[in-house]
Design a protein around this ligand. Structure first.
Ligand code: ADP
Length: 537
């Protein structure tokens, strides 16, 4: 019973019982690459030997700056498999943040995809701990570069045999590291362990969570640099599901091609990506018969998107909520079996909520003094969580304000929990709009506004009002060939939200600023429009 939970065991198991199941990737070089769990196991062990030969030791941080591909998958297993730590870097970070994170983590090697080499070149001189850069390609594609100690991935593993047994060590050994995107202050590192990762993989595979299984064909659009692609590279491997990696091409047409060609049954990603795909399907009159389920999370989903997937394309939407600090799975929204199929309104009411906790996640909501609030669907307070895959602190930070003595982690999300256990995020505490001493949920307003036919995307921020303190300003991206009017949107919103929530003004923009993890950057909107003068002021 006391066998340690090891990440390497996931791949060893897949090799043994689903060795012929495929892993398909759109490679960064261009062509579709196709091999099996058996091949991945062989090459991961070759890479493990190569890393050992480079002198990589238990606890060393090995960074990746890479898209979702088979090579990135091999690195996940080889690095953690020898007791080192896979540190995923987000290519969409600003250079200063990128340098800060590499230096803070003290990464010793960085594995980088071919088209991302210039990002490293730009900051190479500032990366203090890095001993070498491994380009994830073969000798024929190696770029010209002035980086010192540039290594070639395929050369590195070519020289190694796969005669290697995965070592066994304490399951609490750190396995991977992911920094939060740092919308406030410096980014902070969430460190996962072999134990937390394997337990999270078990939980993620459950039927009412991601429903991973050998017969499934899984396409994680969510990047492997964003909370380990929500753990899919581990959960899929545990079950032997066929994996399809989209590489660097995340536009609607490229994703559609993979979905169809590989007969994908399940895909996961943030709403901005699905917006692109839904538009592509509508404009080109396309659909994907094999796709029956999608998990969407990272930011709230508007009901209009759930409806479109389910009613227009017959694809079930599972709305998920989580955080980098939570590996990331927290809740998932499935409709309870006792809600009649005909009662669409009730079904959507459940689906737009962030959902019920996955087994393993404990939740409570508290007021400003830390007192627990009732789960009546009305009282709202900060959501606190704890569980075996929720990090207990931040990497190399002695004291975390967000973690308390009883093991609860303060999420920064303001939420309600209803009697059935469904959690609903009202807002992030820093985005909530405080009007006349009451709170207005920016998320709720945005989701409702996105149901208006003239609006494709919406964001709401609070701007100063002399009487009410703050009032909502609506910022919208118009639907194709439409000119949204505030009066018409407010008329549409009336009855859907409280009257005093209706936005005081509206700004139409071509696009919204999107951050490194695919979410609308409220900080940037506040910097740009925070001084906006309201007509009601
Ligand atoms: P960051 O905090 O760096 O943006 P995370 O990816 O860890 O990165 O973001 C976690 C936060 O994202 C949550 O605390 C929550 O505010 C938001 N979030 C995630 N999923 C959802 C969802 N389904 N609905 C609303 N908000 C969500």
């Amino acid at each position: 019973m006391d066998r340690p939970l090891m990440i390497s065991a996931l791949l060893e198991h897949a090799n043994r019982v689903s060795g012929d199941r495929e892993i398909v990737s759109r490679s960064v070089e261009g062509p579709i690459h196709r091999y099996t769990y058996h091949d991945a196991h062989t090459r991961s062990r070759q890479l493990a030997k190569a890393l050992t030969a480079l002198g990589v030791q238990l606890g060393d941080r090995i960074a990746t700056l890479a898209w979702n591909t088979y090579r990135h998958f091999e690195i996940y297993y080889a690095v953690s498999g020898i007791g080192a730590i896979t540190h995923t870097l987000n290519p969409r970070l600003a250079p200063a943040q990128f340098t800060y994170i590499v230096n803070h983590a003290e990464d010793s090697y960085i594995f980088v995809d071919l088209n991302l080499v210039p990002l490293i070149e730009a900051v190479a001189a500032d990366l203090l701990s890095v001993k070498g850069i491994v380009v994830m390609t073969d000798a024929a594609h190696m770029p010209e570069s002035n980086i010192d100690n540039l290594l070639c991935y395929e050369d590195l593993i070519d020289g190694q045999s796969d005669d290697f047994d995965w070592p066994e060590f304490d399951e609490n050994t750190a396995s991977s590291l992911c920094y939060t995107s740092g919308t406030t202050g410096n980014p902070k590192g969430a460190l996962y362990s072999h134990r937390s990762t394997v337990i999270h993989a078990y939980a993620s595979a459950l039927p009412d969570v991601l429903n991973l299984a050998e017969r499934e064909v899984v396409l994680p659009v969510v990047p492997m640099f964003h909370v380990n692609a929500w753990g899919i590279p581990y959960g899929a491997t545990m079950t032997g599901a066929k994996l399809v990696f989209p590489g660097p091409m995340l536009d609607g047409a490229s994703i559609h091609e993979l979905l169809v060609d590989e007969e994908v049954t399940f895909a996961a990603g943030v709403p901005t990506v699905w917006l692109g795909l839904l538009n592509y399907w509508r404009e080109n009159n396309k659909s994907v018969p094999s796709l029956n389920r999608t998990v969407i999370g990272g930011t709230a989903i508007p009901q209009s998107m759930i409806e479109s997937f389910q009613e227009d394309f017959g694809i079930e939407v599972r709305h998920a909520w989580g955080m980098t600090e939570m590996s990331p799975l927290g809740t998932i929204s499935l409709v309870k079996p006792n809600v009649p199929a005909a009662d669409k309104a009730a079904r959507y009411r459940s689906q737009i909520k962030q959902g019920r906790p996955v087994f393993g996640v404990d939740m409570k909501i508290v007021d400003d003094d830390g007192n627990a609030l009732p789960h009546d669907g009305k009282a709202y307070g900060e959501l606190m969580v704890r569980g075996p895959w929720i990090t207990s602190g931040y990497f190399k930070i002695d004291h975390s304000e967000a973690h308390d003595h009883d093991g609860w982690f303060a999420t920064g999300d303001v939420c309600t929990i209803d009697p059935d256990g469904y959690m609903e995020v009202t807002d992030r505490s820093k985005d909530v709009i405080k009007s006349g001493g009451e709170w207005i949920s920016s998320i709720d307003l945005e989701n409702q506004a996105m149901g208006h036919p003239d609006v494709i995307q919406a964001a709401v921020i609070g701007v100063h009002h002399p009487k009410w303190d703050e009032r909502p300003l609506l910022i919208v991206v118009p639907a194709k060939d439409k000119t949204p009017e505030l009066a018409s949107i407010n008329e549409y919103l009336t009855g859907k939200v409280a009257k005093w929530w209706l936005p005081d003004d509206m700004i139409v923009v071509e696009s919204l600023p999107i951050g490194a993890t695919g979410k609308v950057l409220k900080t940037e909107l506040r910097a740009q429009f925070g001084d906006h003068k309201l007509p009601t002021a």
